[in-house]
Design a protein around this ligand. Structure first.
Ligand code: FBP
Length: 551
């Protein structure tokens, strides 16, 4: 296999660990805090997780750990969408395991959670691990979105773990995957099965966070990658001065990615789904807001600009949110009948006939392509796949129509030529930034100590992230602490509560206080490519989101 010069150089990079995890492996010991509670729906969750609910938070400190070398076999699973740094979580876990006892084994289950169900795995070796250090992607073992939720699946997990004498499973995933981890941990505990389940917080979307999980890994690198591309487009727009670029960015349920990229690149417009919902805005309101800025810039002869659109926007528009929830429930209840329909037109008409009057009128107002995209397959967790809904094209259409009308009314006399883009997959497998390389390695290394202390149902937590890595703290939080009950596949299910953009939080406030100037003037900033080698102020910057949230 041909290896790029950067890849070779990145193999040599030594990720930084928090001071507490450095040095002799037998010097790390847990300290237990107070019992915890879930974010909401406490009673329901207590009933569903009688063995793993309310556990205390844990932090690691220096001491003597006599059990560190006890032999363990650990299984690791990469779950959900790719995020830069996943390989380093595995490398950190592997290094800690081998340092503690060279006899320890790490089983990498292949292709996501289905790997354990099908007993497909690879035993990790130095040779394999060394090919993936500090690289992007999840290709070392692959990923998938299979949901582990049924008793039958758990029974298979039990059998596979017994067969390989696996004592612990580390699930590297987002909110849905760590929900799986919590449910599996509860199952093992309830059945006295001696397998510890630990999660690691992954998702480029940045919506898996709280005070103990300051950011999910991958958010740093993905937003830096998108910001580089947006900055390049801004420079192109400012050079050619003839296009409005509508750029949709990933972020299924929260607008953190769009907001971070906006702070990095200062575009003319950035929509924030959480604000759209809070202000109860319709597609028409959003259209008018954009058209107004386009017209004001045109008055100054600026017939170009950049507009960022979070992919999850569609689910934040209240009328569309209701519509999507109705469609989700309907598709869950009529799955077989719906799937038997052959054409997209048949599917659209099937759904139209079963919607409430208000949702039907919203559905009818949408272009046919968007209707079809709204009916596309749900992911295994029952979510609509917003990465397939071309909201940026919908907005180009509606803004174009609004500007044409304004022209007729003599309120606009510019030119509106548009380009559409979608940045998502471009950022998910980038070479992890130094921050993500260090953070991920630390999360994996730390996961070993959670396993070693048999802290089942815990999420690996590394905090104080706005400081240099030597000042980071390490520990774990019970996953149930982050949960609430939500409607999924037509029924109430326990899931990790998503952390959305807070409208009174510092990142949004910063954006809000600048956006008018960014809209009317041209204040683009060009972050350039991620730098891996060079001065700290260029290579080791965290995201603005993290910096603002922590200061
Ligand atoms: P996770 O929540 O699994 O981390 O996935 C995040 C994400 O990248 C979203 O931003 C996006 O909507 C989705 O994955 C796309 O999923 P897929 O890779 O299945 O198309």
């Amino acid at each position: 296999m041909k290896i790029s010069a950067l890849q070779k150089a990145r193999y040599e990079y030594s990720p930084k660990l928090p001071t507490v995890l450095r040095g002799e492996i037998g010097t790390v010991v847990p300290t237990y805090g107070q019992p915890t509670n879930a974010a909401s729906d406490q009673e329901a969750l207590k009933a569903l997780f009688p063995n793993t609910y309310g556990l205390p938070k844990v932090s690691f400190g220096k001491g003597t750990n006599k059990d560190v070398a006890k032999k363990v076999n650990v299984g690791v699973i990469l779950s959900g969408g790719q995020a830069p740094g996943g390989h380093n979580v595995i490398c950190g876990l592997y290094d800690a395991l081998k340092k503690a006892n060279p006899e320890n084994q790490l089983y990498g289950f292949l292709g996501g959670p289905s790997g354990i169900l099908e007993d497909k795995y690879m035993v990790m070796t130095d040779e394999l691990i060394d090919q993936y250090r500090n690289t992007g992607g999840f290709d070392i073992i692959g990923s998938g979105r299979t949901k582990l939720e049924t008793k039958e699946q758990f029974a298979v997990c039990t059998k596979v773990c017994r067969e390989h004498s696996i004592n612990a499973i580390v699930i590297i995933g987002g909110d849905d995957s760590n929900t799986n981890a919590a449910v599996l941990a509860e199952y093992f505990r309830a059945n006295n099965e001696p397998v510890c389940v630990v999660g690691c917080p992954k998702t480029i979307d940045g919506d898996l966070k709280n005070e103990s999980i300051e950011t999910s890994f991958g958010f740093d690198t993905a937003t830096k990658t998108y910001s580089e591309l947006i900055g390049n487009i801004e420079r192109d727009a400012n050079s050619a001065r003839k296009y409005w670029h509508f750029i949709r960015l990933m972020g299924r349920s929260a607008s953190h990615i769009a907001l971070e990229c906006a702070m990095q690149t200062q575009p003319n417009i950035c929509l924030v789904g959480e604000e759209v919902e809070a202000k109860n805005q319709s597609v028409e309101d959003i259209t008018n807001y954009i058209a107004d800025i386009v017209a004001k810039r045109a008055e100054k002869g600026l017939n170009f600009g950049v507009c960022l659109v979070p992919e999850g926007l569609i689910e934040f528009i209240p009328s569309l949110k209701v519509l999507i929830a109705e469609i989700n429930d309907l598709l869950a209840k009529t799955e077989a009948q719906f799937n038997a329909l052959e054409t997209s037109a048949d599917k659209i008409s099937f759904v139209e006939q079963r919607l409430s009057t208000s949702s039907k009128s919203v559905f009818d107002s949408l272009p046919v392509e968007i209707k079809a995209q709204l009916l596309a397959d749900r992911d295994p967790h029952g979510n609509v796949q917003v990465s397939k809904i071309e909201t940026e094209k919908l907005l180009i259409q509606t803004v174009g129509a609004r500007l044409a009308q304004m022209k007729k009314e003599g309120k606009y006399n510019g030119k509106f030529n548009s380009q559409n883009h979608f940045f998502g997959y471009e950022g998910r497998c980038a070479f992890p930034s130094n921050f993500d390389s260090d953070y991920c390695y630390s999360l994996g290394y730390n996961a070993f100590f959670l396993v070693n202390a048999n802290l089942t149902g815990y999420l690996s937590s590394v905090t104080n992230l706005e400081k240099p890595a030597d000042q980071w703290q390490a520990g774990g939080i019970p996953i149930t602490m982050m949960m609430n009950m939500e409607q999924r596949h037509g029924e109430k299910k326990p899931v990790i509560k998503k952390a959305l953009v807070e409208l009174d939080g510092k990142p949004f406030k910063y954006f809000e206080s600048n956006r008018e100037q960014w809209a009317l003037e041209t204040c683009f900033t060009f972050p350039g490519a991620i730098q891996y080698f060079g001065p700290g102020e260029v290579c080791d910057q965290t995201t603005m989101t993290l910096a603002l949230e922590k200061n």
